[in-house]
Design a protein around this ligand. Sequence first.
Ligand code: NAD
Length: 297
Amino acid sequence: MTTIIDGNEIADRIRAEVSACTETLAASDVRPGLATVLMSDDGASETYVSMKQQACEETGIDGFHHEIDPDEPAAVLYDRIDELNADPTVHGILVQMPVPDHVDKREVLARIDPRKDVDGFHPENVGRLVAGNARFKPCTPHGVQKILAAEGIETEGKDAVVVGRSDIVGKPMANLLVQYGEGGNATTTVCHSRTRNLAEKTRNADILVAAAGVPEMIDGDMIQEGATVIDVGINRVEADTEKGYELVGDVDFESCRETAGAITPVPGGVGPLTIAMLLYNTVKAASHQSGVAVELP
Ligand code: NAD
């Protein structure tokens, strides 16, 4: 019997834990603050940022939203980051990607104070993650780890295959899976657009994480009987709906659901965890910066 993993339920539990932490902080007059910065007209980015802001409100975190016209020079964004770095009411800073082409993405990531880098993309934080001493684990791969833990899916000694090698999902996911300790110790293969014989690799996976951004590319013939299939993909495909599109993952859910031992749906799988882990990192940042201890699991 295949387990359909309920990401919303797992995320709700984490959000309740985050709320308990914000209460602990409030008792010491600390209110965690998250600044989001949007420099884009992209509809999906606007939706993601507003979902993050709403989640802050629901968990006792102050949300500060900043919008910068995408036609402004890059310096406007850099200056805003400097201001937020210096603002003591802001514990976490998130610049929603993508930024316009005339903005240097690497400069943006490196400019955010690493202690406020709740996305975990600053080079210092990437280095710490690889070294096994993470300050902030990137939200989506951390959410995948939380899903595996919540479902009692052991990673130690397992063959894990990550499809995708982006800086925000694939690479940090693979890095987490190979670390020593809980949620790690997996034998991890990273596949990408230049991988030959992809199905041969994915069929070997006890745990398959699909993060390629290609709609329904993983089908039932590409997975092993009983595999845990985690679908990170969120792809808009044209459909006869009110919005004119629907969201599908990188996994062909219907063809995989019989073979998989456990599988995440899209939507309602990994997505809710990404937001929950952002709240988690913001509370962690506020705790570090204020010196008030909280108990984050
Ligand atoms: P990306 O485009 O930056 O990276 C995609 C990666 O997949 C690349 O490394 C590429 O080499 C690889 N790839 C592309 N086509 C491939 C193919 N045919 N075979 C094998 N590998 C292939 O994307 P990303 O930012 O890592 O996001 C991946 C997907 O996850 C997207 O659908 C995105 O919307 C989604 N996403 C979801 C969440 C969430 O919260 N659930 C968060 C971030 C991203």
